[in-house]
Design a protein around this ligand. Structure first.
Ligand code: G6P
Length: 362
């Protein structure tokens, strides 16, 4: 029954709308006051970990990168690798390296191969997956489930949100185990995590993405920019957009724009600028650089970012919450932008050409 489209035209829209429910399942029973409770991972489970490597593909790679940005910020050595690259050119590991395979299906061949390489070389492996009994869950030393429920649309949506929420929980556990202390500001972050389902609900209920997507389609590509966790969401926003609209879209670190991509900006290159609430003045100057070249800018950021809202040509607000979670909310706006743009163009949204839900060949 979960796999039925119901009243929705597409599974993708259904799954976007299911995100509050999926997130409630992800978080259920895993936050206890100021502590996190991860079934299979009691306190101390990660005390020997000295560094973390994420290996993943596609949307899951962007979730891994989001996790990496947070872990680094919290003082844990972390890196993210594209699984197919890691499989051929693995990074150095030892027995204190935790290699986390982020994979919705748990069956992506490149990710399984990267995990195998890590295991062969003595690292500890963990599968962060949606599918109990998947190959990744069975073959890794440990598994942590995102509990998002089945996802049918080829373009991943609700599983990204649940991956990010699970990575925040895992990060809190890791930091406590490694340093003996909770993360700085963990109370506010955990309260914000508890509020994530209702904040996503509020984005879905109040979004203006359909109208904005109609006004902001370009003839010369679509760029997505952000910093930190918003950089990973910029990459994810661009991936979603290209997957289902078949239009050119690229994500960049906001600060890199002036080192090349700015040469491509014209009045036909809309830029989606994602703000987390931190370093907003830097993002605002990027917005002005784009506008000077005639590029229209759609900013996505916390409702309270009034300067950003005023500077940009369009503004898609999200509830003001902990800066670590703003980009996850902004991502929901970008899912809706991609969906409505693709729908307007009459694309095959749930089964885009040339793509598969799960790629089980290398
Ligand atoms: C395919 C799908 C993507 C997905 C990627 C990784 O390319 O089309 O949506 O992100 O595989 O899948 P996984 O199941 O490992 O998360």
């Amino acid at each position: 029954e979960d796999a039925e489209k119901g009243s929705y035209d597409h599974y993708m829209l259904k799954e976007i709308n299911e995100q509050p429910m999926a997130l409630r399942q992800t978080l259920h029973g895993r936050i206890d006051g100021s502590d996190v409770v991860l079934e299979d991972f009691p306190p101390g489970s990660f005390e020997d970990v000295s560094n973390v490597q994420f290996v993943a593909c596609g949307t899951s790679y962007h979730a891994g990168m989001y996790g990496e940005r947070l872990l680094s910020d919290w003082g844990i050595n972390a890196d993210t690798f594209i699984a197919s690259e890691y499989a051929a050119y693995p990074a150095p590991v030892d027995e204190n390296t935790l290699v986390i395979g982020v994979t919705q299906s748990g069956e992506t061949a490149d990710t399984l191969e990267a995990l195998q390489r890590a295991r062969d070389r003595g690292a500890r492996t963990l599968a962060l997956t949606n599918v109990i009994g998947s190959t990744a869950a069975r073959t890794c030393d440990d598994a942590l489930f995102i509990r998002a429920g089945p996802e049918i649309g080829v373009a991943a949506t609700k599983t990204f949100s649940s991956q990010v929420a699970t990575l925040v929980l895992l990060g809190e556990r890791l930091v406590r185990d490694v340093t003996g202390e909770p993360t700085e500001g963990h109370e506010q972050r955990l309260r914000a995590l508890e509020a994530l389902p209702e904040n996503v609900e509020s984005v879905i209920e109040t979004t203006d993405a359909e109208a904005v997507s109609r006004r902001c389609l370009g003839d010369n590509g679509h760029f997505f920019i952000g910093r930190g966790s918003a950089f990973s969401v910029a990459l994810e926003g661009a991936l979603k957009f290209k997957e289902i609209t078949y239009e050119h879209a690229e994500g960049f670190a906001a600060g890199e724009l002036k080192h090349g991509p700015l040469a491509l900006v014209t009045s036909e290159t809309p830029v989606f600028a994602i703000g987390t609430g931190q370093h907003l003045n830097r993002l605002e100057s990027n917005v002005r650089e784009i506008q000077t070249r005639g590029g229209p800018v759609v900013a996505v950021g916390p409702r309270t970012a009034s300067q950003l809202a005023q500077t940009a040509d369009e503004f898609l607000p999200v509830p003001a919450t902990h800066p670590d979670l703003v980009a996850a909310l902004a991502n929901v706006q970008l899912q809706l932008i991609a969906y409505h743009a693709a729908n307007e163009m009459g694309r095959s949204i749930d089964k885009p050409r040339n793509l598969a839900k799960s790629v089980t060949v290398e």
